[in-house]
Design a protein around this ligand. Structure first.
Ligand code: UDP
Length: 449
């Protein structure tokens, strides 16, 4: 029988980007479904829509970011600024909350914050509140990315080698070169603080399961020496659509309703990746030439300096519209769940990868930044449920990868492996499955504080 957690409140603190807000809100929904009350403290920048979650309490803190700072490409710099500017307001907000909750019937049990908030140890120490960390990365990326500054010193700059990076499997040398070229000021101090904050926490939560992290979970337990909970890979139980920062184009679903089963390739690159105009045109031409129906998300800002998709010539757009649909933002989980979807050309953000696995949709991998390189190797090389474009954004490559995925023998083998992986991951959330047991342990842990 489930224990009652009525009377216990958990405070959550997401990092203000889409790929971090979604898993935190999913965690909030899971904890709420198990009887905990939820308070979400969030920045003014990219504030989640409180009205979509009437059962949670939302408290906003100022972040002091200027408009230019909000638009920076350097996420490490952005997170460093956020950590500097939010410490005092966060401390005040949490202190007030603790004082007011003492006088009510509800006790605050702990803080769960995104691993990207690095100032939290001193705040919770001074307020004597237990603290857990949520990592929105896959376990192996989270575990190994602390070695990036060291790898940066050692790496040869232009290796196009296909060799595995020994310290960072299953990343390849050529992925590492791309990753290390990203502009990330303050990477070393930022990662050091994150590591400290993680090691001094009362545990780490991953929105994943043992089955997706077999090699890395034992090592993570050894390295971090705190309890680790991989609790929920199956986002379909707790959809993320309600935490979207973008307006979803709901016309995607009636359009998909009109398509044949497993005939459509869904194409989306998440909330952060950017590409050049010519790259978008190559993708568009690859889609057209593949002859496959497609649903293409061109986020505002995907091509820097443009309004939307005006870099695609009108003539090409007209041909594209015969076979496909272009939107600014899709209800992704609903799309992936739709019977008409047969493949996903993706940037391999961790949420997108998990959502795709949960719906059994095979992938074409086109990673752009950061953890996406590693996730793409997991998909294509370890689980072998997708094809890797090997960073070639060329129409012929895109066309042939889509054709192979939908029609070739390789595509058939990939679909079969994806079906098995989907089943395995699905079982993890059923009674006695790995994720379901991890969730029970997490709930016991939180209730024990
Ligand atoms: N997403 C969406 N509509 C889109 C594209 C993405 O709802 O058109 C959602 C997607 O379902 C996922 C999140 O946005 O939950 C993106 O997270 P991910 O980790 O895949 O990538 P990031 O945006 O962090 O690069």
């Amino acid at each position: 029988m489930e224990k009652s957690n009525d009377g216990l409140r958990v405070v959550l603190f997401p990092l203000p980007i889409q790929g971090c807000i979604n898993p935190m809100i999913q965690l909030a929904k899971i904890l709420r479904s198990r009887g905990f009350s939820i308070t979400v403290i969030h920045t003014r920048f990219n504030a989640p829509k409180a009205s979509s979650h009437p059962l949670f309490t939302f408290l906003e803190i100022p972040d002091g970011l200027s408009e230019t700072e909000k638009r920076t490409d350097d996420k490490t710099f952005l997170f460093t600024l956020l950590n500097q500017r939010c410490e005092a307001p966060f401390h005040d907000c949490l202190a007030k909350l603790l004082v007011s909750s003492d006088s009510e019937t509800q006790r605050i049990s702990c803080l769960i914050h995104d691993s990207g908030w690095t100032f939290t140890p001193s705040v919770t120490k001074s307020l004597k509140l237990p603290r857990l960390v949520l990592s929105t990365y896959t376990v192996s990326f989270f575990l190994n990315h602390f070695a990036l500054p060291k790898l940066r010193h050692e790496a040869s700059q232009d290796s196009e080698q296909d060799d595995l990076v020994q310290e960072f499997p299953p990343l390849r040398e050529n992925d590492l070169v791309r990753l290390l070229k990203e502009k990330r000021e303050y990477l070393e101090p930022y990662l050091n603080m994150m590591l400290e904050a993680t090691k001094s926490s009362s545990g780490i939560i991953f929105m994943s399961c043992e089955e997706l992290n077999q090699d890395s979970l034992p090592k993570a337990r050894e390295d971090f020496k705190v309890p680790i909970y991989a609790i929920e890979p199956s986002f379909s139980n707790f959809p993320a659509s309600s935490s979207s920062l973008f307006t979803q184009d709901e016309t995607c679903i009636p359009w998909l309703d009109k398509q044949e089963d497993k005939s459509v390739i869904y194409v989306s690159f998440g909330s952060l990746a950017t590409m050049t105009g010519p790259e978008l045109i190559e993708i568009a031409c690859g889609l057209r030439n593949s002859g496959q129906q497609f649903l293409l998300v061109v986020r505002v800002g995907l091509v820097k300096g443009t309004e939307w998709n005006e870099v695609i010539p009108e003539e090409l757009k007209a041909t594209l519209n015969e076979k496909g649909k272009i939107v600014k933002w899709a209800p992704q989980q609903e799309v992936l769940k739709h019977r008409a979807i047969g493949g996903f050309l993706t940037h391999n953000g961790w949420n997108s990868v998990v959502e795709s696995v949960c719906e059994g949709v095979p992938m074409v991998c086109l990673p752009f930044i950061w953890d996406q390189f590693l996730n793409a190797r997991l998909v294509s090389g370890v689980w072998r449920v997708g094809l890797h474009l090997e960073h070639r954004i060329e129409r012929n490559e895109i066309e042939s990868s889509i054709r192979s995925l939908f029609f070739g023998n390789e595509g058939e083998a990939i679909r079969e492996r994806m079906r098995l992986l989907q089943e395995k991951v699905g079982r993890s959330v059923k009674e006695n499955g790995s994720a379901s047991r991890a969730l029970e342990s997490l709930i016991d842990h939180i209730s024990s504080f």
